[in-house]
Ligand binder design. Structure first.
Ligand code: NAD
Length: 366
């Protein structure tokens, strides 16, 4: 059986790590027809937009995509391509598994948790009003009157929508994911003691959905600040975490830190019938074109892709090959060495070659 997959190299270090993942996926022997499309800075040159319609259409057709990171200018310039992609394709669930691998330096061992982040609303919905704009001044006057709370007239405003519909959908997704992946517990994370309506709704909805899984899956809900502290004290106590968009974004980087850094943290954005796989890390522009960065986060995103299409044996083989190379610690990039200036560190391409060579020797049972 052959699969059609949209391949988006991205920009910055994107093309280097995306190609590493593509080479590994091809080396598993799974037949993939790649449909290469542009996004980000690379797309602007050709299409005058960072997210061309033909890229979106390709993903709508193939239903599966793998994407290298894309740069988002801070404060000014175009809005995030990643946010736009998630919105346009309704990829409402961001799934980021975090597990410790032998050989990857981390103060923690035996961490194996999954962050499930709501992807479509919250403060990331992109509903923002710039400071001192005429519309913003009017909005502030109206909000001050309705809420009886003074707001500084020179404030910028971001809106935080949290709906029952999106919360129910993401919490159900987290429970179904937990059940289908042999997980033991779902933890919903919020700040309902302060944001009584938005986070309060997230908490109430989570509790209501959890009741329908009673007896099948353990559940708890926790405040986001306490969760951060508990994560760095006892990360082994967590299993599947489900969070609104902003907390989910922050905690996924925190969890990547628990397992040794962004270089080994994969991810997936999933909607109804469509999935886009990408590393948690960004485009790290300062390393662009240097054949330096760690390809593992993207390669493990490729493992998630294989699992998603049902190629469990190939997924197991590729993950086992990555595990071996990490455990040996020889053919690894600078970030995985005890000393970042270790001259024995290899480049992105060479680490990928080593993983591909391992693939030929590993066998897994599914
Ligand atoms: P970043 O993840 O790109 O890099 C932060 C640091 O992490 C790097 O300087 C590097 O030291 C380390 N790092 C990241 N990836 C690594 C790898 N594969 N191997 C080794 N070290 C690695 O974060 P940033 O600097 O905050 O963001 C850069 C750009 O990427 C921004 O424009 C941001 O908006 C964008 N971004 C894109 C995505 C995405 O496309 N999904 C995600 C996050 C950030």
């Amino acid at each position: 059986m052959s699969y059609r997959v949209t391949f988006i190299p991205g920009d910055g270090i994107g093309p280097e790590v995306a190609w590493a993942a593509r080479r590994c996926l091809d080396a598993t022997g799974v037949a993939i027809q790649w449909d290469e499309r542009l996004a980000g800075e690379a797309a602007i040159k050709q299409f005058q937009t960072p997210l061309p319609e033909e890229t979106l259409q390709s993903i709508r057709d193939t239903r599966v995509a793998i994407k290298g990171p894309v740069t988002t200018p801070i404060g000014t310039g175009f809005r995030s391509v990643n946010v736009a992609l998630r919105k346009a394709l309704n990829l409402y669930a961001c799934v980021r598994p975090c597990r410790t691998y032998a050989g990857v330096r981390s103060p923690f061992q035996h961490v194996d948790l999954v962050v499930v982040r709501e992807n479509t609303e919250d403060l990331y919905a992109g509903i923002e009003f710039p400071a001192k704009d005429a519309q913003t001044v009017k909005l502030i006057a109206q909000l001050s009157e309705w809420s009886k709370q003074p707001i500084q007239p020179d404030a910028a405003i971001s809106i935080k929508p949290i709906s029952t519909t999106a919360t129910e959908r993401i919490v159900r997704f987290a429970f179904e994911y937990a059940l289908s992946h042999g997980r033991k517990k779902v933890t919903a994370v919020h700040k309902a003691n302060i944001m009584k309506f938005t986070d309060g709704l997230f908490m109430e909805t989570s509790r209501r959905v959890a009741k329908t899984y009673e007896g099948r899956m353990a559940f708890e809900d926790r405040l986001v600040d306490a969760t951060c502290m508990q994560l760095v004290l006892k990360p082994q106590e967590f299993d599947v975490l489900v969070l609104p968009n902003l907390y989910g974004d922050i905690l996924s980087d925190l969890c990547a830190g628990l397992i040794g850094g962004l270089g080994v943290a994969p991810g997936a954005n999933i909607g109804d019938g469509i999935a886009l796989f990408e590393a948690v890390h960004g485009s790290a522009p300062k390393y662009q074109g240097m054949n330096k960065v760690n390809p593992v986060a993207m390669i493990l995103s490729g493992v998630l892709l294989l699992q998603h299409v049902g190629e469990q044996e190939a997924a197991g083989r590729l993950e086992a090959a990555v595990e071996r190379i990490l455990r040996e610690g020889k053919s690894v990039t600078y970030d995985l060495k005890a000393d970042r200036n270790d001259p024995t560190a290899v480049g992105t391409r060479e680490m990928t070659d080593a993983i591909i060579a391992q693939l030929k020797t590993v066998k897994v049972r599914v």
